[in-house]
Write a new protein. Structure first.
Length: 364
């Protein structure tokens, strides 16, 4: 008998934040009911159909579930639809792995080691983009931190840094850290001083931004290392810290600035590889694509984005005429475009197959 321990996949080779785990329960009583009553299958046929069944990625990862699927954190869950007890319930574990330079080798190794018999594991590939991936990451982060507890600010900073700089041992860097501060000395990177971790201004600004994005759906304004900030407070800080200049944002309308800042954060898939090359923000005038409205950040204005990308086909003669003072040549208003990202959903069907076998023993 395999213990649950043994069943856990070893994901330690993946940088933090590149694998998202989802667990969904399926009620075998309900599913059998659906197959025999709604689809009018004979029990034996239903059994072999159920055995072959793999839910769709949406069914496995959605936060709103439908019969026969449901989520539960209880130790002894019951089916919310028919009340069936634990032995009727099977679990699907789904691991969504972001494709990319930092994960490709680890993913291939992991998949190569998995048992191949009987479809115990299924891999589904889906195309996505850096923006959707970013919001999903943000959403997951928001669900996994306890906003009541002050340590979430440090925790969020750590998760962000782990994602941005996966090669650093952040567990060690944060060991015993009780505060995160903006460094007035560093221009890049970070340093520990006693119980405090100092971040270069840009990293610090982004950490604040992430905190704002995670918490702002829960409270007026957002909670950050700088206290509770409204959108205006946040933008003021980003401006004074030089962050907006640094990433080339010259707009003044708050909504537009915020949109651009979020675009900037979301447009780069592998932050770690993004610093050097600006390849992530160049490209053709493709719209930033789908999925962008999900997550806690919906700024609700797809039009701004379109505007900002058309702007970068700049017509310098026109812009100078309006603002009486001649503005200096701006530091290349980036055209921000989401990068395509491939997602690999690794679906663990082992528990499901076991339960199907034991529950439907009579039909096997
Ligand atoms: Zn049920």
């Amino acid at each position: 008998m395999a213990t649950t321990k043994k069943r856990e996949l070893d994901l330690t080779a993946f940088p933090s934040g590149t694998v998202t785990e989802y667990t969904t329960l399926v009620c075998l009583a309900c599913i059998f009911d659906i197959f025999t009553k709604q689809l009018q299958m004979a029990p034996r046929t239903a059994f072999s159909e159920v055995k072959r069944h793999t839910p769709t990625v949406e069914e496995l990862t959605s936060r709103a579930t439908m019969r026969p699927y449901f989520d539960s954190d209880e130790k002894n869950p019951h089916c919310p639809y028919c009340g069936s007890a634990k032995r009727w319930l099977a679990r699907f574990d789904t691991y969504c792995i972001e494709g990319g330079k930092t994960t490709d080798a680890a993913r291939r190794t992991l998949i190569r080691k998995l048992p191949t018999a009987g479809d115990q594991f299924v891999v589904v590939e889906k195309k996505s983009d850096s923006r959707a991936v970013f919001f999903e990451w943000l959403d997951t982060l928001g669900m996994n931190v306890e906003l009541q507890d002050e340590t979430w600010l440090i925790e969020t900073t750590r998760r962000y840094l782990e994602r941005r700089e996966p090669k650093t041992n952040w567990a060690e860097m944060f060991e015993g850290a009780r505060a995160v501060r903006r460094s007035s000395r560093l221009t890049e990177g970070w340093e520990r001083d006693g119980a405090r971790l100092f971040l270069a201004p840009q990293l610090y600004s982004e950490a604040i931004l992430i905190q704002y994005l995670v918490s702002r759906s829960h409270a007026h304004g957002g909670l950050t290392l700088e206290g509770r900030l409204t959108l205006m407070d946040l933008l003021r800080r980003l401006r004074y810290s030089g962050y907006l200049d640094r990433i080339g944002i010259t707009e003044t309308d708050p909504g537009e600035v915020f949109e651009r800042v979020v675009d900037h954060l979301a447009a780069t898939h592998e932050w770690a590889n993004a610093g050097s090359a600006s390849s992530a923000v160049k490209g053709k005038g493709v719209s930033t694509g789908s999925g962008s409205d999900r997550g806690p950040v919906s700024t609700g204005s797809g039009s701004d984005r379109v505007k900002s990308s058309s702007k970068s086909k700049k017509k310098p003669t026109k812009t100078t005429s309006k603002s009486g003072k001649t503005s200096p040549v701006q530091p290349q208003p980036d055209e921000i475009v989401s990068e395509p990202v491939k997602l690999y959903y690794l679906i663990d069907r082992r528990d499901f197959l076991d339960k199907v076998k034991s529950v439907y023993a009579a039909y096997a």
